[in-house]
Design a protein around this ligand. Structure first.
Ligand SMILES: NC(=O)c1ccc[n+]([C@@H]2O[C@H](COP(=O)([O-])OP(=O)(O)OC[C@H]3O[C@@H](n4cnc5c(N)ncnc54)[C@H](OP(=O)(O)O)[C@@H]3O)[C@@H](O)[C@H]2O)c1
Length: 254
């Protein structure tokens, strides 16, 4: 990572996925938020166009309802869900997609991920084949994985199956997942960071660097900041690998 100069990104900025669809770079995560409607409505009203849900979070109904209530066209909001770990398998993954469509009340899901590699190689591959089929049927626009380490991604490549468009992993200064980022960059997989705010466990160095861009506060604009090369080096040095993770981070699952 090198210095970050003032960015021209906004909440509306997107990144192109290998599926051809555009992923808004900032999303609202709704983990541990059963009644996420107020948060979803506020986010949509203030410019967010991306909501990250999961079957595990049990709030797809509220997400779907909020998108409709917001008055924003369905096509202008990007919604993610994730196949839960006990649902690994071909038929179960297809059934999970159908159930999520019903719960959201949508005709398609923008991005469906495999929530984690926590099963075994054969079931992971069957789940992936299920998502490939769901995409073929037009029920899901883009498919990807979450918490996949290079070995899990290699399984897919070795099986000659379609490459995931996205790998969502825990990613922040204390857990930089360099090997995963390198693998994904090489294979055209977009790395999506979860728990990017380290669940509030900021170190003194992060607080010190964050205090420097005072305009962030005055403009309430998350992209209106600069980070010098020196500070980026200090952030790079914070990586504690697995010890820096603040979530389950099951990227080494057997
Ligand atoms: N794929 C996966 O396995 C996986 C795993 C974990 C998370 N995720 C996704 O990532 C999303 C976010 O992750 P996360 O909730 O674990 O961690 P996070 O975003 O790193 O941290 C959330 C915490 O940051 C605090 N916070 C947020 N904005 C703040 C601000 N401006 N000032 C001070 N504190 C602030 C919140 O405090 P308050 O509670 O006070 O608001 C909350 O406790 C989830 O909702 C989910 O969509 C995915």
């Amino acid at each position: 990572m090198s210095a970050i100069s003032k960015l021209t990104l906004t909440l509306g900025s997107t990144i192109r996925l290998s599926s051809g669809y555009e992923l808004p770079v900032v999303g609202l995560g709704v983990y541990q938020n059963d009644d996420c409607s107020p948060a979803c409505l506020a986010a949509l009203k203030h410019g967010y166009r991306h909501i990250d849900s999961a079957r595990m979070y049990k709030n797809e109904e509220e997400v779907g309802k909020s998108v409709r209530e917001s008055g924003i066209a369905r096509g202008d909001v990007f919604v993610t869900s994730k196949v839960n770990n006990p649902e690994h398998g071909y038929e179960t993954a297809l059934a999970a997609v159908d159930d999520s469509l019903n719960k959201f009340g949508f005709e398609y899901i923008d991005l469906m991920l495999i929530h984690s590699p926590l099963s075994d190689k054969e079931r992971r591959l069957q789940t992936w084949k299920g998502l490939i089929e769901a995409k073929k049927q037009g029920k899901v626009r883009t498919i990807g994985v979450s918490n996949y380490g290079p070995r899990h991604l290699e399984e897919i490549r070795e099986a000659g199956l379609e490459t995931p468009s996205v790998n969502q992993v825990e990613l922040h200064p204390l857990c930089q997942q360099k090997e995963i980022v390198e693998y994904c960059t090489k294979h055209g997989i977009i790395v999506e960071a979860y728990s990017p705010l380290i669940r509030g466990k900021w170190t003194d160095k992060i607080v010190e660097i964050a205090k420097k861009p005072a305009r962030v506060i005055s403009n309430a604009n998350i992209f209106d900041f600069e980070i010098s090369a020196e500070d980026m080096e200090a952030i790079n040095a914070l990586d504690r690998g697995k010890d820096g993770a603040v979530t389950w981070n099951p990227v080494d699952a057997p």
